[in-house]
Design a protein around this ligand. Structure first.
Ligand SMILES: Cc1ncc(COP(=O)(O)O)c(C=O)c1O
Length: 354
């Protein structure tokens, strides 16, 4: 008899479809591998890695670099296997039986799962029909439920829109409990709440190398908070949880982050160009986005997804089970050529049905 932990069978699974499409626009990754100059330096550095030793120096080299850039102490930085691990550990640190975690809905679908894994009660806070977060109502919900942890995703995945730093500050200043801001897409937005960390002891910022820095395959994320918080959250990690190969790759990428600026700007420009073209095409709603993806809504979403699938183009479809996202599709930005091909396919599809 396989006697699993209580409730494991009821645990929802991540609903993303993992498949290597010809044009892959379903996971908000960077469509391009590292810039060649960065890749060369990473490869040269990897050749020097001492795999027989646990990672120490490499961990501290990256945390020191991040700390220096953000003007914080290195003990205010925690690294994780993607920001996924960071978020999961934060939920673990503030969760537990009988405790509550408030997060927006629709938002990153893993919050619900991490809350459950932490045996906490997940309390989804509904965004309005434009996907905006009513800041005062959110604060009220956090206070009235006596939540132990509140989370926002800024800019928000999968809706694409963002809160201002002033709105984030209003939330963090008004609630007593821990507050996690998931900034996975912030490089495409340019407005980070990191600068508030010195002022608020309940604030944690999670960021990642997976999106703007094209390192989704290396799994490296980080969190910045006051040292009192990082000291406690650190207790939830295994020793040596990061591997050296990923650490040195992220270390070089971060040293050479200026090389990524043109492609971040290109993704923003492509997102604007695609939004304009899709709006002109008509027959669908295009939501404002500050990220590397667009969320669209059209009645024929399921059929469009299937049509694109047949062309080996992967986009993210939200089934009717995803609250607030009925008939929505999320399209990550690709290169100009990829975007042109996807746009042409959507246009063909639209002309076929109208
Ligand atoms: C909002 C948000 N947070 C966190 C993550 C996790 O990313 P990673 O673990 O690759 O850093 C994702 C990935 O899609 C995301 O969309």
């Amino acid at each position: 008899m396989l006697n699993y932990r209580n409730e494991l069978d009821k645990m929802p699974s991540y609903d993303g479809v993992e498949k290597d499409y010809r044009i892959k626009m379903n996971a908000n990754e960077s469509t391009m591998n590292l810039p060649p100059t960065v890749e060369e330096r990473v490869m040269n550095r990897l050749a020097l890695v001492t795999l027989n030793r646990y990672p120490n120096e490499e961990y501290y080299s990256l945390t020191n670099q991040l700390a220096k850039n953000f003007g914080v102490e290195s003990n205010q930085v925690i690294l994780g296997g993607g920001s996924s691990e960071i978020i999961e550990k934060v939920f673990h640190a503030f969760g537990g039986a009988g405790r509550k975690i408030v997060y927006p809905q629709p938002s990153f679908s893993m919050y619900k799962i991490y809350a459950k894994a932490a045996e906490a009660e997940g309390i989804p806070f509904a965004l309005n029909d434009k996907f905006d977060l009513d800041v005062d109502a959110f604060i009220k919900t956090v206070q009235e439920t006596g939540a132990n942890l509140a989370v926002v995703c800024n800019p928000n995945n999968p809706t694409g829109n963002a809160l201002t730093v002033a709105q984030i500050e209003k939330i963090v200043a008004s609630i007593d409990c821990a507050f996690l801001v998931d900034e996975a897409y912030v490089e495409f937005y340019g407005q980070s709440a990191v600068k508030l960390v010195g002022k608020y002891r309940n604030l944690m910022i999670a960021r990642t190398f997976s999106k703007a820095y094209g390192l989704a395959g290396a799994r490296v994320g980080y969190m910045i908070a006051q040292s009192e918080v990082t000291r406690m959250v650190n207790k939830t990690f295994m020793p040596y949880h990061m591997n050296k190969l990923s650490l040195v790759a992220a270390d070089i990428v971060y040293q050479m982050r200026d090389e990524f600026v043109p492609r971040i700007q290109m993704m923003i420009a492509e997102r604007k160009r695609m939004a304009t073209r899709l709006k002109e095409l008509g027959g669908m709603e295009i939501f404002p986005s500050e990220t590397n993806f667009l969320l669209i809504r059209l009645e024929e979403a399921a059929a469009l997804r299937e049509y694109l699938e047949r062309l080996d183009i992967g986009i993210r479809y939200f089934s009717s089970g995803a609250a607030g996202l009925e008939n929505c599709l999320r399209i990550s930005m690709g290169t100009r050529t990829e975007n042109d091909e996807v746009f042409a396919a959507i246009k063909n599809f639209s002309e076929g049905i109208r």
